[in-house]
Write a protein that binds this ligand. Structure first.
Ligand code: PMP
Length: 408
């Protein structure tokens, strides 16, 4: 057993020091959004208190300071992902906007009838709907990689679907419904052999294990700040520099230009070319602080610790009558979905909330996956670095009680 000092971690999260309906808050919904440690709140507060100015514009001291910190945060993200340069890091509002950026720039310009886009059956709507709509617009075709019974990706079917027509493989690294960890390095390797580009949706993955975009060798990688203990309103698109250099801008305005006349504009080089308007400056600094926090936790054994919590949760769930697991993937991170054979997930969610326990019920923005599984929704339990064994036990006990009540 790894010793991970979860109490010390919890002390850094002011939001956890509260009661909900007279019970201590047990937050098991970090896949929706994670809480923010004090250092993240402080970084944002300090910016507004001491450094607030717009970036890349004025010559005064505050502006220089704000720009320096903002660009240092970009470098922090580059280091975190092991990108070759901070020029490969584009600020966005989150994973959704990162994927839309690729679709609107690369997709619009390059896709045509006869081209194929490969997505998995476990994509979040952010990755699915975006490419579906670009496919409708350009005449390209979406092809869906099916899943195996246990919720793993069917790698054989993937290989069969790959062809010279495949232009892009866009897949999630960790499923927000099943918790499945996809073999993304292998997916990228095979896509490359077929001459296709790759986009990895890392929204759920980044919080759970280190990511190295050079080792993955992907072309694009997207994630959101708010799922890695950072603020909402900020996210990242990593793109290979050679590729970004070929892409047109997608939004227009200040910050993304070199030279403007009334008739034409010369655009900045990436990443600024893709960042029209005033960016989310305090949020970028908050995200940088969150990555420092996350790396500290990873160095202290957070990954192994959360795997132990997952095992405790899975074992406990398997012993409860009327609960069945949705998917039993070979490798899982952070997320467990269950269905309740004799109760509705919304009712259970409400009964748990009455005891201060936050879990999520619904379709989790993956409607096609759920309908393929013949489900209208699941109850999803997801973990963060601040969760403790006691919380897992409290949840299991409350779930058992809720089901007893509803089964009667
Ligand atoms: N992809 C996955 C796998 C997700 O879990 C989420 C968030 N639930 C997203 C994309 C979208 O992230 P955001 O809403 O932060 O843009």
């Amino acid at each position: 057993m790894t010793f991970f000092d979860v109490q010390r971690v919890r002390e850094q999260f002011p939001i956890l020091q509260q009661q909900i309906n007279g019970y201590p808050l047990v937050y098991l919904d970090s896949a929706a959004t994670a809480h923010k440690p004090e250092c993240v709140l402080q970084a944002m507060f300090d910016f507004y208190r001491s450094d607030n100015a717009n970036v890349h514009r004025s010559a005064h001291t505050l502006a220089a300071r704000a720009t320096h910190k903002f660009e240092r945060a970009r470098q922090r993200v580059a280091d975190f992902l092991n990108a070759r340069s901070s020029h490969e890091i584009i600020w966005t509002r989150g994973t959704t906007e990162s994927i839309n950026l690729v679709a609107q720039t690369w997709g619009r310009r390059n896709l045509q009838p006869g081209d194929e886009l490969l997505l998995s059956a476990m994509e979040h709507h952010a990755n699915l709907v975006t490419w579906q709509q670009i496919a409708i617009e350009t005449g390209a075709q979406l092809r869906i990689i099916p899943l195996l019974e246990n919720g793993d990706l069917d790698m054989q079917a993937y290989q069969n679907l790959l062809s010279a027509r495949t232009r892009l493989v866009a897949v999630v690294q960790v499923s927000n419904v099943l918790g499945t960890v996809n073999p993304v390095a292998e997916i990228v390797r095979l896509a490359k052999q077929a001459g296709a580009l790759t986009l990895i949706d890392g929204a759920q993955a980044v919080a759970h294990a280190p990511v190295d975009v050079q080792a993955l060798d992907c072309d694009f990688y997207a994630f959101s700040g708010h799922k890695v203990y950072g603020p909402t309103g900020i996210g990242v698109l990593y793109g290979r520099q050679e590729l970004l250099a070929q892409l047109p801008p997608w939004q227009f305005g200040g910050e993304m230009i070199e030279k403007v006349s009334f008739t034409e504009t010369q655009f900045s080089l990436p990443p600024l070319r893709f960042e029209a308007g005033t960016p989310a400056i305090a949020e970028a600094l908050g995200l940088s602080a969150a990555l420092d926090f996350l790396c500290q936790q990873q160095a202290a054994g957070a990954e192994e610790y959360q795997q132990q919590l997952l095992q405790r949760l899975l074992q406990g769930l398997q012993q409860i009558d009327g609960v069945s697991l949705v998917g039993q993937p070979a490798q899982r991170q952070g997320v467990v979905s269950i269905v309740l054979t004799r109760a509705h997930h919304h009712d259970v969610c409400q009964l748990l909330d009455a005891q201060g326990i936050a879990v999520r019920s619904g379709h989790h923005c993956a409607m096609p996956l759920l309908s393929q599984l013949g489900l209208a929704g699941t109850l999803r339990i997801s973990l963060g670095v601040y969760n403790s064994e006691e919380e897992i036990d409290l949840f299991l006990q409350a779930l058992r009680q809720a089901l007893e009540l509803l089964h009667d």
